[in-house]
Design a protein around this ligand. Structure first.
Ligand code: PAF
Length: 276
């Protein structure tokens, strides 16, 4: 695997791959890579001739500076983990991507106004800024995103639609730790005790799938989360799987999912589950 640090080198490489008539699979990441990322990269490997991965902690999608500073940066082990599966890792500096502060403003409509969009002002604009630039430079046939960040995929689909980007967006299932916790770069910040306790998030979501309708699910999840002293619920929303707008009954939409965000100490964990 070759590591690329500059946009000039990246675009030159992409041009060469395109000239050879090869297809490109792309996995954008912020590093601190784990088996969840690896599953995206392996899928990209199966479905494309050439695989690009980006490793860039994008400062403009963090609305909390402390979270940005504490975000794990592990380039050396990242490169080791993906070396056998990716052809190119694009790992630029912040100055390379943002020599001046970005001024792009996106409006993704209702899908960005709820949940993460409401809780983290500016977050999805920052995601839009970096994903648009990366897709422009890499020009992938397919770009792969994990469903843990389900709302992010909805926002990126809207970005692709608005900007007439030709890449196919491929959602990939959540990969979980043996204890059920959704894999996340943020899990590295949990103490061993917090890591074990955090498995309760998925347990509670799975148990809630047995309940008949939205009011019972909501009451159950909220009360079960409240029973665990280490948890502070940020939100639990039950929503249409396409519009991401709240539903009040399972009959209100063809597809219905639950979206949860829990603080475990200072670490903010997100997860989701399908009800229908
Ligand atoms: O999901 C992530 O890791 C990031 O939001 C992404 C898509 C790489 C953009 O920085």
């Amino acid at each position: 695997m070759l590591i690329i640090n500059t946009i000039a080198e990246l675009t030159k490489t992409v041009e060469k791959v395109k000239t050879e008539g090869k297809t490109i699979g792309f996995v954008p990441t912020m590093g601190a890579l784990h088996d969840g990322h690896l599953s995206l990269i392996k899928r990209a490997r199966q479905e494309n001739d050439v695989v690009f991965v980006s490793i860039f902690v994008n400062p403009v999608q963090f609305n909390n500076q402390d979270d940005l500073i504490k975000y794990p940066r592990t380039l050396e082990s990242d490169v080791e983990l993906i070396g056998d599966y990716a052809d190119y890792a694009f790992a630029p500096s912040v100055e390379e991507i943002f020599p001046t502060p970005p001024t792009e403003k996106y409006h993704f409509g209702p899908v960005e106004e709820v949940m993460e969009g409401a809780a983290r002002p500016g977050h999805f604009n920052g995601v839009g800024v970096i994903v648009r630039r990366l897709l422009d430079w890499v020009q992938p046939d397919k770009a792969y995103f994990g469903e843990k960040d389900y709302q992010q995929i909805a926002v990126i689909r809207e970005l692709v639609r608005q900007c007439d980007i030709k890449s196919e967006i491929v959602p990939c299932p959540i990969v979980r730790e043996p204890n059920g916790l959704a894999m996340s770069s943020r899990n590295r910040r949990l103490t061993p005790e917090q890591f074990e306790t955090s498995a309760n998030i998925y347990r509670i979501l799975v148990e809630s799938q047995q309940l008949p309708d939205v009011p019972q699910i909501k009451a159950f999840v909220e009360s079960e989360i409240a029973k665990i002293p280490a948890f502070k619920l940020d939100y639990f929303e039950i929503a249409d799987d396409k519009t991401l707008q709240t539903v009040h009954s399972l009959v209100d939409a063809d597809g219905v999912m639950g979206f949860i965000t829990v603080y475990v100490g200072e670490v903010r964990l997100i997860d989701n589950i399908r009800y229908k």
